[in-house]
Structures are given as structure tokens and as C-alpha cells.
Design a protein around this ligand. Structure first.
Ligand code: IPM
Ligand code: MN
Length: 355
């Protein structure tokens, strides 16, 4: 029998991205021999520095190159000297779209010993997953200007929801809820009272698909504003939330805060039939670059998701045990206040995950 082996593309990116990715790769180096798989990494220099040097966000060959890998591990994209939007659209969103990573999977899980700003809430209350549609909605770039720069300027930005795009996202969410096997409840987060076209489509597809193919999964609905309220007041009500691109973006920042901050929140940009990309969701945090104070747990949690997705569930569980151990030793999840350096936190995870 041939040994399991994975080709992983690594995009360390900007700011603190390279530092946190290094810790994730350290953990990977420890779990691979323990769980009997091999891997190769190949680094890509996409990011702000490359853009400043070459004027190019992604080279032409990037997407075809990345398609050759089993998974992509991304640090962070965002540079203080590059105008907002260029790198986000030119690299992060471009890859999500070109690789058709139509799911953005974001677990919201509070680990023991991690502070949450929610009063009287603990790990037993905060443990749900957001399935965010990742290729449509307001992110398509549809719209434009009319009479730009004049007093009569018009700007439109259109929300696109296709039956195909919505349905494949819903199916993923239903399947995920079934596999997760907790409360077996999928909550659609929308805005059917105002966005009466797009979320009408979402709602009809939700009930049609659910009734026909997922009778074992309970269907629930919440408006996006109410979802924010419940995430703070009764986060324990949620099992899996499925929502559109923009709402998913917003509620997962709230989710990150209630699980202990950007230092711990990870996400996966998933194409179930293709190449997926995993990242800490916090961004490049340029002011902490090179200081060894940034929290690598989010990037390590992204690695955990990567392992889970390529089929190394046991290794992923070991990484999670390592994260839980690190949380038990750290003073805080905030940069500079962890009680350990960036690599010190990586060492904690590694020591526990390596067994
Ligand atoms: C995220 C980020 C991105 C998004 C930005 C950087 C384009 O906020 O991954 O949540 O809006 O999707
Ligand atoms: Mn975001």
C-alpha cells in the first residue's frame, strides 16, 4: 500500500502571515510522522510585497499552478502601503472565485480557559459553525457608477443569488449538519422581510431541498439582525448557520469575538470537488510584524481544518488537542499578552499534538 501524501501550497502573505504560517507548518511537521502521512510544501510569494515590486497581484499561471495541489495554506493578505481593495480583490477573492471555493466554513468554538466578552457564557454555550456562501451575493462585483464625480453620481452594487449557487451551498450545509450530528439543526440566516427577491430564493430552496433530501435535519430561520442578537444572548441555540456571502462575512467577525478573538478564529474556503484554501480570518496585523507576539492559534486551527478536509481526521483531532492544551497555558489570546511568544505558543501545540 502506498503511503498517504499531500502536496500543500503555502501562501504566507503579508504582515504577520509568515510568522503564523511557520507555526502551523511546525505543527504539521510534528503530526505527519505520528499519523503516518507525508507531505510536500511549495511556497508562493503572492501578497503586498510582490505587488509593490511587480505591479501584479497574481501571475497568470497562479490559478493553474494552485490547481495541482491537494490544499492551500494561506497566512494573510493586506499591506498598509497598498490601497484597500487591490490585494483583497486581486488575490483573496480572485482565488476564491477562480478555484470555485463556494463554501466559507467558519467554526465558532470557545475553548476552555479562553475569555469571551459574553457574560456568564462558557465553552458549553459557544460551539456552532457558520457555512457562508463564498462566490455570489454582493461579492460578484456587479454594478457600477453613472456620472461619477458629479453631484448627480449614481453607484449601484448588486446582490446576485443564483439557484445553482444557493442550492449547492445549502446542500453542503445540510450534509455538514448531518455529519456533525449534534442538534441536527440548520438555521438559515437571511433578511426575507426586506431583501424579498434574493432571500425569497434562498428560503424556497432551503425548504425544498430540506424537505426532499434532509428530512432528518430540523430547519430554522433567523433574520441576520436577529442572528447577531442571538449570537450574543443565546449562542447555544445554534448548531449550523447557513447564510449568504455578505451576511456570513459580518456575522463571522462577531463569531470570532465571542470565541476569544481574531487570534483563534479560522476558516476554510472550500471547493468540495476541487482545491480548498485555509486561513486564519484575522488579517495581516501589520503593526505586530516581526515581533513574535502575534497569536498563531488561528493559523494552527486553519491547519486543523486543512487536515480534516484532506482526510486526516485523526491528525486534525490531535492538532485540536494541542490547541486546547495551549489555551490552558496561555494568559490571553491577544497579541503581546499571551504569556508566550508566537513560537512559544506553536511549541505548546506541537508538544501536545505530537503525542
Ligand atoms: C474575510 C475578509 C474578506 C472578505 C476581505 C479581506 C475581502 O473580511 O475573509 O472575511 O470580506 O471575505
Ligand atoms: Mn471578513
Amino acid at each position: 500500500m502506498s503511503q498517504r501524501s499531500y502536496k500543500i501550497a503555502v501562501i504566507p502573505g503579508d504582515g504577520t502571515g509568515p510568522e503564523v504560517v511557520a507555526e502551523g507548518l511546525k505543527v504539521l511537521g510534528a503530526v505527519a510522522p505520528r499519523f503516518g502521512f507525508k507531505y510536500e510544501t511549495h511556497a508562493f510569494d503572492f501578497g503586498g510585497e510582490r505587488y509593490k515590486r511587480t505591479g501584479e497581484t497574481l501571475p497568470e499561471s497562479a490559478v493553474d499552478d494552485l490547481r495541482q495541489f491537494d490544499a492551500i495554506y494561506l497566512g494573510a493578505i493586506g499591506h498598509p502601503e497598498v490601497k484597500p481593495g487591490i490585494l483583497e480583490k486581486g488575490i483573496l477573492l480572485a482565488l476564491r472565485f477562480a478555484l470555485d471555493q463556494y463554501i466559507n466554513l467558519r467554526p465558532v468554538k470557545l475553548y476552555p480557559n479562553v475569555d469571551t466578552p459574553l457574560k456568564d457564557k462558557g465553552p458549553e454555550d459557544v460551539d456552532f459553525v457558520v457555512v457562508r456562501e463564498n462566490t455570489e451575493g454582493l461579492y460578484c462585483g456587479a454594478g457600477g457608477f453613472l456620472r461619477k464625480g458629479t453631484p448627480h453620481e449614481v453607484a449601484t452594487q448588486e446582490l446576485i443569488a443564483t439557484r445553482m449557487g444557493v442550492e449547492r451551498c445549502l446542500r453542503y450545509a445540510f450534509d455538514y449538519t448531518r455529519k456533525r450530528n449534534r442538534k441536527k439543526t440548520l438555521t438559515l440566516c437571511g433578511k426575507t422581510n426586506v431583501l424579498t427577491y434574493a432571500f425569497d430564493l434562498w428560503e424556497r430552496a432551503f425548504h425544498e431541498v430540506g424537505e426532499r433530501d434532509y428530512p432528518d435535519i430540523k430547519r430554522d430561520y433567523a433574520h441576520v439582525d436577529a442572528t447577531c442578537m442571538w449570537m450574543v444572548k443565546n449562542p447555544d441555540w445554534f448548531d449550523v448557520i447557513v447564510t449568504d456571502n455578505m451576511f456570513g462575512d459580518i456575522i463571522t467577525d462577531l463569531g470570532a469575538m465571542i470565541q476569544g478573538g481574531m487570534g483563534v478564529a479560522a476558516g476554510g474556503n472550500i471547493n468540495p470537488q476541487g482545491v480548498s484554501m485555509f486561513e486564519p480570518i484575522g488579517g495581516s496585523a501589520p503593526k505586530y510584524t516581526g515581533m513574535g507576539v502575534i497569536n498563531p492559534l488561528a493559523a494552527i486551527a486553519a491547519l486543523q481544518m486543512l487536515l480534516e478536509t484532506v482526510g486526516e481526521a485523526e491528525a486534525a483531532q490531535a492538532v485540536e488537542r494541542g490547541i486546547i492544551y495551549a489555551c490552558s497555558r496561555m494568559k490571553s489570546m491577544a497579541a503581546g499578552r499571551m504569556g508566550f511568544s508566537t513560537s512559544g505558543v506553536g511549541d505548546l501545540v506541537t508538544s501536545a499534538a505530537a503525542g
